[in-house]
Design a protein around this ligand. Structure first.
Ligand SMILES: NC(=O)c1ccc[n+]([C@@H]2O[C@H](COP(=O)([O-])OP(=O)(O)OC[C@H]3O[C@@H](n4cnc5c(N)ncnc54)[C@H](OP(=O)(O)O)[C@@H]3O)[C@@H](O)[C@H]2O)c1
Length: 315
């Protein structure tokens, strides 16, 4: 595998004082690394955590280093929690210059969120749709601003399941549940969500994009195998096969948040090293055209956007 793409150092040295970013899933993996970097650059960061106690311990360490970090509870698997989180943020009156829809679960056993959605589409996509909509006016009024959806190369193919969104059966009620197909669907939905947002936000100064962070050594695979397999037994083999560390995994997120180049690519998909149906694309690209034809279907993007907003009680 080639070396991972890295964000230019001048972007990582930029002073972000006065900028406010919200990172979902900020207590672990890519979200935690992204948070630390933004805070080190002087930004204020809201850590949106399902388990705020872990977030608070991490934030205490960052605050001791003089960083401005706030922890708020957010469970994307419960719309009521998303609403309370958004209310708390809006009440502060603070601008929101970046919303990083990063939290996610992968290949979970069949299950439902508090609102009855299939777990992966519910947490990875629908929770983030409601969060984004509730904060959208604030993000617009903070422009220039960015919305970054952390998708995956598995929106294309996930363990041989081609990524598809079934608008008539988002929740696997009429088809047999398949954890990888559900993950692929949710990650394609992340990409389409960014595309629909970009169209709706054209001319507003708010850029919306999606990305694949790489195959990153985090806790994401815990529903698929015990993490000691990845972290100890197979770590050298996985690294050789392309698994990267969280710092490398945060590079695409940081680039899409900080690079002026991204302004010209609202709606686009940015990829770290990945695994695509066309292996010629495995080196990724900032930005890159997805090989999944559904990723370019604007009718599907707009239909999903409308349907999702209805499901979360908007529109
Ligand atoms: N790692 C990879 O190889 C890889 C590849 C492609 C895409 N991605 C994407 O990268 C993103 C970040 O994942 P990661 O690799 O950093 O994994 P991770 O270490 O497991 O982090 C996932 C984060 O999401 C949070 N989360 C899960 N369910 C939630 C919920 N209901 N409400 C709020 N937060 C919730 C987790 O909180 P808890 O700690 O409470 O569980 C955790 O903070 C995901 O969207 C994933 O799909 C990762």
């Amino acid at each position: 595998m080639p070396n991972p793409r890295m964000c230019p150092s001048e972007l990582l040295d930029r002073d972000l004082t006065g900028r406010h970013y919200i990172v979902t899933g900020a207590n672990s993996g890519i979200g935690l690394t992204t948070t630390r970097q933004l805070a080190e650059q002087g930004a204020t960061v809201t850590l949106a955590c399902r388990r705020p106690e872990e977030g608070r311990d991490l934030a205490a360490g960052m605050a001791r280093a003089g960083e401005r970090v706030v922890v708020r509870r957010l469970d994307l698997g419960a719309l009521a929690s998303v609403r309370s989180f958004a209310e708390e943020v809006l009440e502060t009156g603070e601008p929101v210059h970046g919303l990083i829809n990063n939290a996610g679960v992968m290949n979970t056993p069949e299950g439902r969120t508090a609102d009855g959605f299939e777990t992966q589409i519910g947490v990875n996509h629908l929770g983030h749709v409601l969060l984004t909509e509730l904060l959208l006016d604030r993000v617009r009024s903070s422009a220039p601003a960015r919305i970054v959806n952390v998708s995956s190369c598995y929106h294309d193919v996930a363990m041989k399941r081609k990524g598809e969104v079934d608008l008539d059966d988002l929740h696997f009620e009429r088809r047999a549940y398949d954890g990888w197909a559900a993950y692929a669907q949710s990650k394609l939905a992340n990409l389409l969500h960014a595309r629909a947002l970009a169209a709706r936000l054209e001319g507003s100064g708010v850029v919306a994009v999606s990305l694949h962070p790489g195959w990153v050594r985090t806790r994401l695979a815990r529903s698929s195998f015990p993490l000691w397999v990845q972290n100890i037994v197979l770590r050298p083999l996985f690294r050789w096969r392309g698994m990267i560390e969280p710092w490398e995994g945060a590079q695409t997120t940081l680039y899409t948040l900080l690079s002026p180049e991204v302004e010209n690519h609202s709606g686009a998909y940015f990829s770290q090293l990945g695994w695509y149906r066309d292996s010629g694309l495995n080196a990724g690209g900032w930005p890159m055209r997805s090989p999944n034809p559904h990723a370019h279907d604007d009718d599907l993007a707009m239909a999903l956007d409308k349907h999702s907003r209805q499901l979360v009680g908007l529109d």
